[in-house]
Ligand binder design. Sequence first.
Ligand code: SF4
Length: 358
Amino acid sequence: MSRTKKTDVKGLQAGLLGWFDRHRRIMPWRAAKGKRANPYHVWLSEIMLQQTTVVTVGPYFMKFIGLWPTVGDLAAAKLDDVLTAWAGLGYYARARNLHKCAQAVTSLHGGKFPADEQTLLELPGIGPYTAAAIASIAFDRPAVAVDGNVERVVSRFLNIEEPLPLSKPSIRDGAAMLAAGNPRPGDFTQAFMELGATVCTPRKPRCGLCPWQQDCKARKAGNAEELPRKLPKKAKPAKFGKVYWITNAKGQVMIQKRTDKGLYEGMYQLPTTTWLTDKKAAAGLGLDFLQDKGAKALGASVKHSFTHFDLNLEIWQYSGRATKLPAGGVWVYPDELGGYALPSLMQKAVRLAAGAAG
Ligand code: SF4
């Protein structure tokens, strides 16, 4: 890319690395200045940080390295325990892949993460971004990791008006041009992301604090806050259903393990009807295994947004005649629910149902 000269790139890299040395944030998975990071910590944090913020990830990261100090320990853990520890972080396929990846690193690589991007890419749950992040941050290999923060910085620095996702190739080229030949690949990757996370923020970028302000094209054009542009999102379909707070005479509540492949596989839920796009049809559904018609709506509902649809579940209560357990069903006392892998949708449902049912 000829938009920035080679000599200018060296100056930009030095500016960004100097800024990072002064302003780097302390994070539990980040090595101290001048020290090499632990590849297990880098990998774990990168998987957790996908779709989630640094603040949310912190306690989960500490919990995981407390329970499983090495990748071998995580590989030997039961999947159920990993899912339980992950509960609330969302996107549960990541937790299953995390476990598979730990097992692959242990069995194929003797418990050591490979250092090169290509070999990393062959591991479960590691895509191009994560492979580049691990290769550079953990092993100081030249690699360009483009996350949402880097996309924003590059779009603005080069004033790329084309909307995402069409602009991804140009952004990638721009990021590669800005990173090429830098002397500290691991720090550079982190600095690039950190600039986007703390200075070149989605709203009100703090250009006055930016080490690249002199050369930034969007700052000069006055349109930084409008970038990156995005193609309008398609409206998501809505789905409807009912979720049940079913209690027995001992005060236990029924939860059920999901055995079907796909969404929430292997996790626990409050029993729920099939989720349908037809609201009226969804309202007519119930649970086959309840032995009488004594279920009643609690007048509350839980909403959740998935990648491909929005969900609205009405909360129902049932404390009628003893009912036989459905497949995967277990009775647990409400204060034991924390020991089960309940996705955040179901945790919300539990809070609402327990509150409304009194
Ligand atoms: Fe972002 Fe402003 Fe820096 Fe440009 S000058 S990269 S818009 S913070």
